[in-house]
Each structure stands twice: as C-alpha cells, then as structure tokens.
Unconditional design. Sequence first.
Length: 195
Amino acid sequence: MDGDEIERAAAAVRDGDLIVYPTETVYGLGADALDSDAVEGVFEAKDRDRSKPVSMAVPDVETAEKYTVPTGRERAFMQAFLPGPVTVVLERTGDVPDVLTAGRDRVGIRVPDHEGVLELLGQTGPLTATSANVSGTGSVRAPSNLGERVRERAAVVLDGGTTPGGGSTVVDVEAGEIHRRGEEADAVERWLSEH
C-alpha cells in the first residue's frame, strides 16, 4: 500500500465509489460516510439489512468530535483507546446521514490503528467502517478471500497483506455497555468499571 494506491483509493471515494481497505483487524468496505448514495452502495454490496447501522471511520479523535457530541467520559475513553480496535457509540450531529445510522441518533466511531488507512482517512474524511463481506458470511483477512459480490462493486482494493483478524469491540461508554465483544474487550470492561 503505497502513496499512489492510497491516492487512487481517495479519488474513488471522492467519486462516490466503494473501496476495500485493511485495518488492524479485518478488511473494511469503505465509502464516503457523509454521502447517502455512497452509503447506500455499501448496504447493497453487503446485502445488509437497512435497519442495521454502519459505523464510521475517522483519522483521529478530533475529527470524531466534528461529527459527534461526546461527553467528558466518552472523550476520556476515546483518548485511552483510539486509535485501536474499538468502536465507540456516540451521539451524532446532523452532518451524519440517517442511512448510515439506520435513523438512530447515535453513530459508531472507529479510528483504525493502521498507518496507511489513517493516511487515507486524512485525504477522504469519514469512511464507512464495516467488514468487506456479504452480511452473514465470514470477515475477510486477505484480498484474495474477498467475495465476488464485494470485489465487483469495489473500485479499488488496497492490499495490506493478511490482517490479524478479530473484530472491534463495540461500546456505549455512557450506558457502560459493551454491545459486541472483540479485541480489547477485557481492557474496555476494566476501564468502564474504573471510570
């Protein structure tokens, strides 16, 4: 994944296209998270139920704060765990489209701990953060394992080699709830009980 590939992927996102990108867990399916039509394309590629929200990847906590309204506790949590394999559910601003959140007033925020993807996010702005597979099928850890449906719909596939696997831990810090256990789940649980 060199600078030219990242630039090509960023251009595809700006054109409203889908891309596949590596993270520190699995490969993600990316599109402009603020463009309702592009997000709709992600749902179609994944054959995902429209009632299930999709998370949003951003390059850093400061950017997350442009699209969410975090409490002090949520901000402290993000500073402790991001970037990393954790998705934080936060109150969203009006800039985040309904299609992304399935109409909910909260959005999952992810800051991947992956240098190339952080560089990409710096060029694209928020991207959808959902695994690059058809819903109900296994997550993808290498580009060679991408399903035909996703591969056909992606304008660019960024090859970051084989990823470690696992999934992000999804947490609602204000409610003190872990919605999905993944990487770092034990550390998240400890933090919630201590703060």
